[in-house]
Write a protein that binds this ligand. Structure first.
Ligand SMILES: Cc1ncc(COP(=O)(O)O)c(C=O)c1O
Length: 431
């Protein structure tokens, strides 16, 4: 079904209360907001919550699922592995379809496990394989620090030197955003010295969404692998990781995917690798064929499941996965196409409001083109940025700050409204 938001152009957006009201009335996803707990501001009314890019809101259905697991544990003890309402033994399977929907993958290409950085490590062992003169890993300047630490530690662990073997692509002087042409040109220039490209799919600071398909093609053209940190992309922008031939990816689920603080992360491994039993990996019993998994002392040969689940190490953390089931159900019910259709207009509306109301000299540094961003807008505040940011919370706005001067605002289509967007712009103007 076509979304009523399809075909609404930026020029049609009117940054007024009437404009916001008209768009909220049009919103076919409006009722999803009631399926989340929205924190209250100091005056007791709903806060303007703009940090779904940091910690997504709690789905109202999450509590019942967590309580069910606690009840089943209390009533069944160890039998819960097979007898629980949702048996714990194959619990990770509850997240397969939802993950596949969100990142555009087959159900055998995704797995819920560990945390994001841990998954990056496991994937780098398999897909960053420096050999001979092919030793370089390409990242972006200003990558999330955990990714930099992870990559550097891999290079060192394989006897390399981060100074030499990690190439960081930068924005041009005076610019905030990476240019695709620069990324592609760098990949081509590194050629057969390039082992792996590992970039953030959506940049955590600027909100820029890279063209993952073109970057993957360019990496493959020089014989390198391509993988992405999708922390800020999963649940934010629709993707087609399978069709784009991406080799590997990892994401956390506490941001747009509303899995709760520290919730279990996701990983994608393209089918052509996931079905290859010979790919090097760090193994654990949960990646082994379930038919022989329990023959502990009888079999010490690892027989990988022919899916992304072969990368699992340990049995699934039930309580860390339970809330995610509730959230992924909402994603499937709403559907990524409808969420994206709303998100484009919602973010476009916030952008228009900010353009009208931001104090002079301040600017949105996120790309203006909807194809190159998800819902996050990063606003560079020209004057007394920290002071202005600090004034938001007492006015009921929850946003976040990246020093020295960037305020990040993420209107999330599952629970933010057009009225929220107008409100944050007005508050920024008033302070
Ligand atoms: C882009 C990005 N990468 C990596 C991480 C690290 O995630 P984790 O602590 O789940 O490993 C984060 C956390 O916010 C992030 O935003």
């Amino acid at each position: 079904m076509d979304s009523p938001f399809t075909g609404i152009a930026a020029a049609d957006l009117e940054p007024t209360a009437a404009g916001a009201e008209r768009l909220d009335a049009l919103d076919p996803l409006a009722a999803f907001r009631d399926r989340f707990h929205v924190p209250k501001g100091p005056d007791g009314s709903d806060a303007g919550y703009f940090v779904g890019n940091s910690l997504g809101l709690q789905p109202t259905a999450a509590r019942a699922i967590v309580e069910q697991e606690l009840d089943d544990w209390a009533a069944l003890g160890v039998e819960g592995h097979f007898e629980a309402t949702r048996p714990w033994y194959p619990y990770h399977e509850n997240l397969r379809t939802g993950f596949a929907h969100v990142v555009g993958a087959g159900s055998g290409e995704v797995v819920a496990m560990n945390s994001l950085t841990a998954n990056l490590h496991l994937l780098l062992i398999s897909f960053f394989r420096p050999e001979g003169d092919r030793r370089i890993i390409l990242m972006e300047d200003g990558a999330f620090p955990s990714d930099t630490y992870a990559v550097h530690s891999h290079v060192v662990a394989r006897g390399g030197d981060p100074e030499r073997d990690v190439v960081r692509i930068s924005t041009r002087p005076g610019e905030d955003l990476l240019r695709l042409e620069d990324v592609l040109e760098t990949i081509e220039r590194l050629g057969d010295r390039l082992a792996t490209v590992m970039l953030g799919g959506v940049n955590f600071r600027t909100g820029q969404f890279l063209d993952l398909a073109s970057i993957t093609d360019a990496a493959h053209a020089v014989g390198a692998t391509a993988g992405f940190d999708l922390a800020h992309a999963a649940g934010n922008v629709p993707m087609s990781l399978h069709d784009w031939n991406v080799d590997f990816a990892a994401w956390c689920t506490y941001k747009y995917l509303n899995g709760g603080p520290g919730a279990v992360a996701g990983a994608f491994i393209h089918e052509r690798h996931a079905t290859n039993p010979d790919i090097p990996r760090f193994a654990g019993w949960w990646g082994n064929d379930p038919d022989t998994r329990f023959r502990m002392h009888l079999e010490d040969t690892f027989i990988p499941v022919p899916t992304a689940e072969a990368w699992q190490l340990s049995n699934p953390p039930i309580l860390a996965m339970a809330p995610l089931i509730a959230s992924l159900d909402l994603f499937q019910e709403a559907g990524m196409p409808a969420l994206r259709a709303k998100s484009r207009v919602l973010t476009g509306f916030l952008h228009t409001c900010l353009r009208e109301m931001l104090p002079g000299g301040s600017e949105v540094i996120t790309p203006g083109n909807a194809e190159e961003r998800g819902c996050q807008l990063s606003v560079r505040i020209a004057d007394r940025a920290r002071e202005r940011f600090d004034a938001l919370a007492p006015r009921g706005i929850v946003a976040d700050f990246r020093p020295p001067d960037v305020v990040r605002l993420a209107p999330v289509p599952l629970y933010n409204t057009f009225a929220d967007c107008l409100r944050v712009a007005e508050v920024l103007r008033s302070i």
